[in-house]
Design a protein around this ligand. Structure first.
Ligand code: PEP
Ligand code: MN
Length: 339
């Protein structure tokens, strides 16, 4: 339920409503906004009777929220969320470009790649340290060693680090290194992990599960928000369908639908979405045309030798070409892309 207060309601009225909510055993969330004072209620299992609040001084309306997710919904927060990351942010007018290899393979590789990307004007470096692989025989990542190399790449270039956290055990280590914690598709419904990243303050990039509906994805985001971390960025990375010509089916429908349902920023990962490098540029442009707040692109200096996902990785020269094309597209979409 959402309690709307009169704009001129004194603070004491707002506090009285909050006390009432707490006395009923629910949680209350004051929702910032210039045009209204609103209090969200979560923690209720059944319907709440609006009459409980309508007679309290200062209350304008009590609106039931029927969606199963609340804090992630536009009902609770109408204005778009911008996630601050140091001197950068995700969800503003500026398109966010996150680029880098699927996996960190060596210190040299990640520092060289970071340097090339920085020259292209990119602000966020991706690179997996702990890799959740379908096969136990596939490269599992350099783990702690890779975290050190990522930190070195940040020291050398100043790029912000986006890297995946695979489990709660390694969360303290990974969050020491990461500027943004990535939750991978396979972990979208790992509720212990969602609760753990919700209880800490680093921003979270939440990838859509392999077969997750948009509602399930927003419910996963709700876990993080409900834990107290407001800094969630959604990432569409393709879903499983009957199609076998591509690795996944990039669901660009999700972009306008998520924007209608949620205030959270949404970026698109066309690399995993289509799974072949030739498709990455067209699908990147399509994602931005659909309204995405940014892109996550796998880039490798020598894709043929990559230890994971080489076939879907762009060479730096192709990444440069993509950025040139994005620069032409951005103004049409009322976006900026500084380089
Ligand atoms: C990745 O970003 O390299 C990755 C493993 O992605 P996903 O979780 O979307 O498969
Ligand atoms: Mn990958």
């Amino acid at each position: 339920m959402l309690i709307l207060m009169k704009l001129d309601a004194p603070r004491s009225d707002v506090e009285r409503v909050k006390e009432k909510i707490l006395s009923l055993g629910y949680a209350t969330h004051e929702i910032p906004g210039e045009a209204r004072i609103a209090l969200g209620i979560t923690g209720n299992r059944g319907k709440i009777d609006p009459e409980l609040f309508l007679n309290l001084p200062g209350v304008l309306d009590a609106i039931p929220v029927t969606k199963p997710y609340k804090l992630a919904s536009k009902d609770f927060k109408a204005t778009k969320t911008t996630v601050p990351i140091g001197n950068e942010s995700i969800g503003s007018n500026e398109l966010t470009i996150i680029a880098g290899p699927c996996s960190v393979e060596s210190r040299q590789q990640i520092i060289d790649t970071a340097g090339i990307l920085k020259e292209l004007g990119i602000k966020f470096l991706r690179g997996g340290a702990y890799k959740p692989r379908t096969s136990p025989y596939a490269f599992q990542g350099l783990k702690q060693e890779a975290l050190q190399y990522l930190q070195d790449a940040r020291t050398v270039t100043g790029l912000k680090i986006v890297t995946e956290v695979k489990d709660t055990e390694t969360l303290p280590l990974v969050s020491e290194c990461a500027d943004v914690l990535q939750i991978g598709a396979r972990n979208m419904q790992n509720y212990s992990l969602l609760e753990a990243v919700g209880a800490q303050s680093k921003p979270v990039l939440l990838k859509r599960g392999l077969s997750a509906t948009i509602e399930e994805w927003l419910m996963a985001a709700e876990y993080i928000l409900n834990g107290g971390n407001p800094n969630v960025i959604l990432c569409e990375r393709g879903i499983r369908t009957f199609e076998t010509a591509t690795r996944n089916t990039l669901d660009l429908n999700a972009v306008p639908i998520v924007k209608k349902l949620s205030h959270l920023p949404i970026i698109v990962d066309p690399s995993h979405g289509i799974g072949v490098w030739e498709g990455v540029i067209p699908m990147s442009l399509a994602a931005v045309a659909a309204g995405a707040d940014g892109l996550m692109i796998e880039v490798h200096h020598n894709p043929e030798t990559a230890l994971s996902d080489g076939y879907q990785s762009l060479k730096p020269s192709k990444m440069k070409l993509l950025l040139e094309q994005l620069q032409q597209l951005a103004p049409i979409m009322n976006r900026t892309i500084t380089r």
